[in-house]
Design a protein around this ligand. Sequence first.
Ligand code: MBD
Ligand code: FE
Length: 304
Amino acid sequence: MAEYTPSELLTLVNSSRVSAGDERVCAITSRIVADLFRTIESFQVTPDEFWSAMKWLTRLGQADMVGLITAGLGFDRLLDILEEEADEAAGRSQGTPRAIEGPLYVPGAPLSQREVRLDEGNEGKGELFVMEGRVLGLDGKPVPHAVVDVWHCNELGRYSHFDPSQPDYNLRRRIETDADGNYRFRSFLPPGYAIPPNSPVSELFGLLGRHGNRPAHIHFLVSGGGKRALTTQVNIPGDTFLDDDFAFATRDGLVVSMEKAEPSPEYSSLGVTGPFTLVHFDFLLQEALNDSETIAASRYQTAS
Ligand code: MBD
Ligand code: FE
């Protein structure tokens, strides 16, 4: 009566109901459970192995590091690729390529008009640079009052909020473009990122024989003017990990060009008084098909 083979048990697990439940959740859960049953059987996973994996999952959640594993195992990039395939199938043209948000965004950064010192409180760290450009539609027309939400790590490769030693919103700002769609900010070139050592994430990556490095990058969430909001990143050229990103998130078209610039009155409001590195980058936003696409939606503010 209550004696089962593995496959009888699986059928029972995936079919027992006291109500209809949610059809999609039932179907996806059934598939995942079936795949795991199969994996456990074919690798003859031992109880010790199984329970240490469950303890690892628990520690991963307690350390708030689930988002590092999803990125490192390619899920974040997969979702982007699939979204882009759907766009292509629907004949939607691209504009600036999207790139993954990553697990380290914080909403609500201080908002400035047209320009900001993103490095406020970090003066003198790293190589000074100014990034400037416009937010444009695919028709090349500027998007006035767009919001460029920008964030990057500190000189040690750590992000504020997740690193409690940094002030709130350190190296996180939002910039509203002017009437011609212009934005600009000053900061220092951030270093690359490495997953925290001695963490559940580094444990798995060690066992997988993988490194946990990302090339130097800067994150953006750009929205406004009724265009489709864009989550992306730019990379700093020359980084060793440009083509070997642990999150598989770098893309052609997102490696910026840098030039050497001399200080001029044009940049005095940013407090630039010596030679600096200048990056020009325009964000090209797609047309939105509906209102929800226009919202600067982070993975932390998903619908329902
Ligand atoms: C990062 O800084 C990041 O951008 C991603 C995607 C994953 C981990 C750390
Ligand atoms: Fe990052």
